[in-house]
Design a protein around this ligand. Sequence first.
Ligand SMILES: [Zn+2]
Length: 67
Amino acid sequence: MLEGTHLMPLEAGLLEILACPACHSPLDDRSADAEPELVCTGADCGLAYPVRDGIPVLLVDEARRPA
Ligand SMILES: [Zn+2]
């Protein structure tokens, strides 16, 4: 099945190949207005990775821990 050529936000295209470096779960785009970030969907993880200049920073040391 072809996906077509419709343009999606950068994160949407990258999400298919990006995984949490800590637990390898898929990442979810939870971009807020000013602070885009990718949130790990792992039940026991949930780290939020920042997106800087449109580039996800998938470093555990840079991730925000869930509250
Ligand atoms: Zn994770």
